[in-house]
Ligand binder design. Structure first.
Ligand code: DAH
Length: 351
């Protein structure tokens, strides 16, 4: 067979194989086999020396023309396969299907409640201040009139760091910092933030949140404290809430009070409609009708002395647990839920 005849046969083989190709990949594989550097056409070209010198230009021309044609055929076939694939995928695309929405994050329930508490108190004129969680013994205890052997200082509760530092056990050291910074009254601040204790069970976490409040000026009384706290708790829990002050003790306030509010579940009745036989004892307030909600009092003169404030000024302070408020507000009975990062729990609070 002449070289020219072989060229024609190769061309015919290629055309037949291309027609038989079931898909783009199969068609693509012909490119190497026929048109590549080691393909069938290249092999024929390399046999050019077999021809008489006069026949070579004509064969070369024919071979080049064949190569160009096969290339064109191949590209056309590949384009046809692609068009077909596009048509098929368009047929599968259903524009009426609902889209996949990206999941939205949300603020943590503790953050939401903390922000709400701060908003209410900021509106009354209290300025939000911030301070270190690694505190000195002086700010956390000494200046707050904790005696050297006070149980709160002992290893049971406090997480001690090296040197003079410890993890603050409450936000009250911010009272000291605020007064030292402002040097004299008036002082009207709130300090939200994390506090730490060596504790862990259903109602205690080694890290939790408090909001501290402090108002120091001339003539500040327990009645002002009561007014501010009543406003705060009614804004948080509803206009029917009433407060009760119980005598208590904190080293940095005198007098000190434990503030109870009427139970938000049974509205102070101690009994709750159970939907069946009528009424049952209220579990949340253990039938007392009252819920302990925060500690407060009038700033102890010893604290004023520690920050070098005029002993003639008066002030009130309060400290409230944010998780406690969030649990009552949202009806949550296990504190640990706040810290487990379970999305089934956290997404309940998406606004
Ligand atoms: N610091 C106290 C605690 O952690 C709470 C507290 C009580 C804060 C009375 C106050 C206060 O400002 O006056 O348990």
């Amino acid at each position: 067979m002449t070289l020219l005849a072989e060229l024609e046969r190769t061309t015919a083989d290629f055309t037949a194989a291309l027609a038989d190709a079931a898909g783009a990949a199969e068609a693509e594989s012909l490119r190497n086999a026929y048109l590549g550097r080691k393909g069938a056409l290249a092999a024929l070209m390399s046999r050019l020396p077999e021809l008489a010198a006069g026949e070579r230009p004509a064969f070369g021309k024919a071979a080049n023309a064949a190569k160009e044609r096969l290339n064109t055929l191949l590209e056309e076939r590949l384009a046809a396969f692609k068009a077909e694939a596009d048509r098929a995928s368009l047929a599968r695309f259903d524009p009426s299907m609902p889209g996949r929405m990206p999941e939205r994050g949300s603020l943590h329930p503790v953050t939401l409640v903390m922000e709400e508490i701060c908003r209410i108190l900021n509106n009354l004129g209290f300025e939000t201040v911030d301070g270190p969680e690694a505190e000195t013994d002086f700010h956390n205890f000494e200046a707050l009139n904790f005696p050297k052997d006070h149980p709160a200082r002992d290893m049971q509760d406090t997480l001690f760091l090296s040197g003079e530092l410890l993890m603050r056990t409450h936000t009250s050291p911010m009272q000291v910092r605020a007064m030292l910074e402002r040097k004299k009254p008036p002082v009207a601040v709130i300090a939200p933030g994390k506090v730490y204790r060596r504790d862990y069970d259903q109602t205690h976490s080694p890290m939790f949140h408090q909001v501290e409040g402090l108002l120091v000026d001339k003539g500040v009384s327990l009645a002002h404290l009561r007014g501010v706290l009543t406003h705060l708790l009614r804004d948080l829990f509803g206009p029917d809430v009433t407060l009760r002050f119980r005598p208590s003790f904190f080293p940095f306030t005198e007098p000190s009070v434990e503030v109870d509010m009427s139970c938000v579940i049974c509205r102070g009745s101690g009994r709750k409609a159970d939907g069946k036989s009528g009424e049952s004892p209220c579990r949340v307030c253990r039938s007392t009708g009252w819920l302990e909600i925060l500690g407060a009092g009038m700033v102890d003169p010893a604290v004023f002395a520690a920050v070098d404030f005029d002993p003639a000024c008066t002030g009130f302070a309060f400290g409230l647990g944010v998780e406690r408020v969030a649990m009552l507000k949202y009806g949550i009975d296990d504190l640990r839920l706040f810290f487990e990062n379970d999305l089934r729990f956290l997404t309940r609070f998406v606004k």
